[in-house]
Write a protein that binds this ligand. Structure first.
Ligand code: 8X3
Length: 248
């Protein structure tokens, strides 16, 4: 892994699994002092060199307590990685429900915006915000309306904040992955492991570490370089919908 983040103080949300966990680990390995937030805080503790704090991004009081505790631990922030997020369901929008809509949009959109707003006053000069978007935030695919909507919003927010930060020494990047093998599909299919596994069958999906490397790449460019976006897909997919699978 290239890049040296010695002396940098980083906050990573969604650090209990998948891309968030891999990113927290990668930043710590690159020398950063890392605070990882998640609801399943014991899993963040298992990462080792990452300070674990409880965080539910959908809960404003939890976010405020998390940012305050992270600030006490780190003094200020040089890196914020917003990795908390989820999808629910792969059905036509007719099957949507009030609960699913609230859960997906509260986590992926409101949670990310809330955490960013609360962290902004504590970002040091030279700080960098990295949002985890998705290929779903660039091109819609069928039966994923809530997730697609949420990730389009993440991309919109990233670029809107890029405008509002212009002239300040704070960088911002969206990293937009395609198929990454994580617990994402298990959550999306509400614990149905057969359906979740099928998502990654017949192709080589990306690994969470592949995405952590993209985050690290953006973070370790020279201070005058802002990587606006990184779009990264499994070789076997050309979009969220178009996937080539080897037949067994
Ligand atoms: C998750 C990848 O392709 O399911 O962000 O939208 S995809």
């Amino acid at each position: 892994m290239r890049g040296d983040l010695s002396g940098r103080r980083a906050v990573v949300t969604g650090a209990s699994s998948g891309i968030g966990a891999a990113t927290a680990r990668a930043l710590a390995a690159a020398g950063a002092t890392v605070v990882g937030g998640a609801r399943r805080v014991e899993r963040v503790r298992d990462l080792g060199k990452v300070a674990a704090l409880e965080l539910d991004v959908t809960n404003p009081a939890s976010c405020e307590a998390f940012v305050e505790a992270a600030r006490e631990h780190l003094g200020g922030f040089d890196v914020l990685v917003n990795a908390a997020g989820l999808g629910l369901g792969r059905e036509p929008f007719d099957a949507s429900s009030e609960v699913d809509e609230r859960t997906v949009l509260e986590t992926n959109v409101n949670g990310l915006i809330r955490l960013t707003r609360l962290c902004l006053p504590h970002l040091a000069d030279g700080a960098h915000i990295v949002n985890l978007g998705s290929v779903a935030g660039r091109q819609a695919y069928p039966n994923g309306a809530l997730y697609v909507t949420s990730k389009f919003a993440v991309r919109g927010f990233t670029y809107a904040l890029r405008e509002d930060l212009l002239g300040r020494p704070i960088r911002i990047t969206t990293v937009d992955p395609g198929l990454v093998e994580t617990e994402f599909s298990l959550v999306r299919f509400r614990g149905d492991s057969a359906k979740a596994q099928a998502v990654y069958e017949g192709l080589t999906p990306m690994r969470p570490d592949d995405i952590a490397e993209c985050v690290l790449f953006a973070l370790t460019r020279p201070p005058h370089v802002n990587v606006d976006e990184i779009v990264v897909k499994a070789l076997a997919q050309s979009s969220g919908a178009r996937i080539h699978r080897d037949s067994a």
